[in-house]
Design a protein around this ligand. Structure first.
Ligand SMILES: Cc1cc2nc3c(=O)[nH]c(=O)nc-3n(C[C@H](O)[C@H](O)[C@H](O)COP(=O)(O)OP(=O)(O)OC[C@H]3O[C@@H](n4cnc5c(N)ncnc54)[C@H](O)[C@@H]3O)c2cc1C
Ligand code: FES
Length: 367
């Protein structure tokens, strides 16, 4: 009787993620789709070039992947991501086949440093170099420059396999027509049809140098470079810009895939440990210190997650920096460090998703 008026405590399950409702699905090419989301309440705050981390369950296991926003918060009413299929890929095929308007996808708030601050007085020459799906963050940056910096100009060099694989082809054509004095789009196709009159072949260092030389304008602009694409294009651009003596501060790059991180992961799982031993690592998370055993087949992040720590992460490939930590003592080996700048490396920052312990006295703080 005494329980009759007692309110039953209801267990309220709080969603730790931001649920975004798919508003529209646009097929860009045979293997790429753009998903536009309804604006959440409050509106999604992001910088052009940043990425969302999608969190989905596959066979009862939570998985995450990063996808760059292809939209501009200054131009587009709804945020969007474009996803290109990867052969055998879990998310990219699911998102290309199984997502329809009305579906809800959990995401983490936008992250990433592949962006810039805008000012109406800037006079910059943006060299945007993209390959394949690497056009996605570049598109958000390009649209933002056009509306925010009336005195800045853009040269986009965009490599695709063939005409059918050019993502945002029509959008780019319209933007170029509307801004013919400020935007130059150069397509380069590796396997074009016979009718193609534009550039063809691999984006070689000599071709890139030639394009840079042709893009020189009479007036002086501050040159900035944004590069996003497959490893070959990233490497070519890095080499050429280094040869040309371009200041590293002016070069921004974003990679979507790391063959080195993937290989290290496969080797570790196969028991090839390359001298890495099982070691205890101290992880400081939200001010609390935790002692975690990191076995040779695991990274610091994997061991931390397995121990129940709520460590931040997204790509798990050493590219996005979501899992960044600072080494307070000891030494780790990173399978990939492309996500970190030289300054960050020198200051002792590491990416926990690709870090393996080398000494017994490691203490890492997650900031
Ligand atoms: C910061 C960031 C932003 C990104 N933005 C985008 C974006 O805007 N659009 C987009 O389409 N993708 C983007 N990606 C890549 C994306 O996160 C996934 O890695 C990609 O969609 C593959 O995931 P999957 O689950 O389909 O494949 P998985 O199931 O993870 O992989 C399947 C197989 O394919 C290999 N593989 C995975 N990716 C590649 C690749 N790129 N090249 C070659 N082999 C690969 C894997 O090693 C594995 O063997 C981004 C990645 C990062 C780190
Ligand atoms: S989770 Fe992306 S760098 Fe570690």
């Amino acid at each position: 009787m005494f329980n009759l008026f007692k309110k039953k405590k209801e267990e309220v399950k709080v969603n730790p993620y931001l649920p975004l409702k798919v508003r529209e699905v646009v097929r860009e090419t045979e293997d790429t789709v753009t998903l536009y989301f309804e604006q959440p309440e409050p509106f999604l705050e992001y910088k052009p070039g940043q990425f969302l981390t999608l969190v989905m369950d596959f066979e009862g296991k939570e998985q995450r992947r990063s996808y760059s926003l292809c939209t501009s918060p200054f131009v587009d009413p709804f945020p969007g991501i474009s996803v290109k299929r990867v052969t055998g890929g879990l998310f990219s095929n699911f998102l290309n086949e199984k997502i329809f308007p009305g579906k809800t996808i959990n995401v983490l708030k936008p992250l990433g440093n592949f962006t810039t601050e805008f000012h109406s007085k800037n006079r910059r020459h943006f060299f945007l170099i993209a390959g394949g799906s690497g056009i996605t963050p570049i598109m958000g940056i390009l649209k933002s420059v056009l509306v925010n910096e009336p005195n800045s100009i853009i040269t986009l060099i965009y490599s695709s396999r063939n005409e059918e694989q050019i993502i945002f082809r029509n959008q780019l054509e319209l933007l170029e027509k509307a801004n013919s004095d400020r935007l130059k789009v150069i397509h380069n196709l590796s396997q074009p049809s016979e009718n193609w009159n534009g550039l063809k072949g691999r984006l070689s260092p000599s071709l890139l140098k030639e394009l840079f030389a042709k893009a020189e304008y009479e007036e002086r602009y501050e040159e900035v470079y944004f590069v996003c694409g497959p490893e070959g294009i990233m490497e070519t651009t890095r080499t050429v810009l280094e040869e040309l003596g371009v200041d590293k501060e002016r070069i921004h790059h974003e990679s979507f895939y790391s063959a080195a991180a993937h290989q290290a992961h496969e080797e570790a799982l196969a028991g090839i440990n390359k001298g890495i031993l099982s070691r205890d690592v101290k992880i400081v998370l939200e001010g609390q210190e935790h002692l975690v055993t990191v076995s040779p087949e695991k990274t610091v992040l994997e061991a931390g997650l397995a121990a129940g720590l709520n460590m931040p992460y997204s790509c798990q490939s050493g590219l996005c920096t979501a899992c960044r930590g600072k080494v307070l003592s000891g030494q780790v080996k990173m399978d990939e460090d492309a996500g970190l700048s030289e300054k960050e490396l020198a200051a002792g920052y590491v990416l926990c998703c690709v870090s393996r312990p080398l000494t017994d006295d490691i203490k890492i703080t997650i900031e």
